[in-house]
Design a protein around this ligand. Structure first.
Ligand code: DAH
Length: 342
């Protein structure tokens, strides 16, 4: 068989095999076999040395024509296989945009935080500012400046965590009355929210940590009528415009007179139920006219100035508002409980 025929045979075979190269790897192998440095085409060129000189150009032409043809066929096949490979990858990677999404859990504001914010905005609307004070407090502020000197019987109502004789975890937010008046002269209208601590055996209505919101207003001619008006307005903003309020005498060493404020029970409409202990009334805060001695303690002239103060527990307020029966639920972090207040 002449070299020309051999080249023609190889070309036929190569084209046939090219059709069956089903992916890019197979195509690479094919290219090595026919077009590579050690491939069959190169083999023909090498063998030309043994041909008579006049035949060489003819064979050279035939081999080069075959190379051109095979290279073209290779290029076409490569384009085709690349397209197929791309199609396959796209099919495998396809995202079905019509599938329903996976729901993402959304957090929500803790029920106590929400209650605090409601309390804050009620007082902000009446011109009060919001301040803060330390949780680790001096006995001096927590008790002494509030008319509870060492040995005062009212101290025993506060089961206090002591760091030392003079440093405590604040048992209420009232020390901030003193801290505010030390820094600021009247007129003062401020509320102070924050955490308080008491060394209590916990039960359904007591926890060793709880929040309070303290309030203080000091100016010329502030009277019990101002206290009444402000706190009545507050109670109605928080619990509904139709609420009845009731003020009664109470005792706190740092106010004179001292009062507590109750609202008619919104769960039973005042008829009496479990939550209001069948009294028809819910106590929501303590308050009073700032004791003249407390004003003198911070060098405010009690002849010129007077004020009222109040303190409340947001846990208790949330408890009443949502009819919750155990105050400890608030900080157990049981999502089944917390999620109810979406
Ligand atoms: N500090 C009191 C308590 O922890 C609440 C309180 C009562 C605050 C009367 C006041 C007040 O400012 O005037 O129970």
């Amino acid at each position: 068989m002449s070299i020309q025929d051999q080249v023609a045979e190889m070309q036929q075979r190569a084209l046939g095999e090219l059709e069956t190269a089903s992916d890019l790897v197979a195509l690479d192998e094919w290219r090595l076999k026919y077009l590579g440095k050690k491939g069959e085409l190169t083999g023909f060129l090498r063998s030309m040395g043994s041909l008579p000189a006049e035949e060489r150009p003819v064979v050279g032409q035939v081999v080069n024509a075959a190379r051109k043809l095979l290279e073209e066929a290779d290029g076409l096949r490569q384009t085709r296989l690349q397209a197929i490979a791309l199609d396959q990858r796209l099919a495998a990677d396809r995202v079905d945009v019509t599938l329903p999404g996976r729901p993402v859990e959304t957090g929500r504001v803790h029920i106590i935080t929400r209650t605090m914010r409601e309390i804050e905005s009620a007082f902000k609307a009446m011109g009060f500012q919001v301040a803060e004070g330390p949780e680790v407090e001096l006995d001096f502020y927590n008790f002494e400046q509030l008319n509870m000197p060492p040995g005062h019987p009212a101290r025993s109502m506060h089961d206090t965590f002591y760091f030392s004789e003079s440093v405590v975890l604040r048992t209420h937010t009232s020390p901030n009355q003193i801290r505010v008046m030390e820094k600021q002269k009247p007129p003062i209208r401020v509320i102070v929210p924050g955490k308080c601590y008491r060394s209590e055996a916990t039960d359904a209505t007591h926890d060793f940590m709880f929040y309070q919101v303290e309030g203080l207003a000091v100016d010329r001619n502030v009277t019990l009528a101002d206290l009444r008006g402000t706190l009545t307005d507050f109670a109605r903003r928080l619990f509904g415009a139709e609420r009845k309020v009731r003020f009664r005498c109470d005792y706190f060493p740092y106010v004179e007179p001292g009062v507590d404020l109750s609202i008619d029970c919104m769960l039973c409409g005042g008829k009496g139920c479990r939550v209001c202990k069948y009294s028809g009334w819910l106590e929501i805060l303590g308050a009073g006219m700032v004791h003249p001695q407390v004003l003198r303690n911070v060098d405010i002239d009690s002849e010129k100035y007077s004020g009222f103060a109040f303190g409340m527990g947001p846990s208790r307020i949330a408890l009443l508002k949502y009819g919750i029966d155990d105050i400890r639920q608030f900080f157990r972090n049981d999502l089944r409980f917390l999620e109810q207040f979406a």
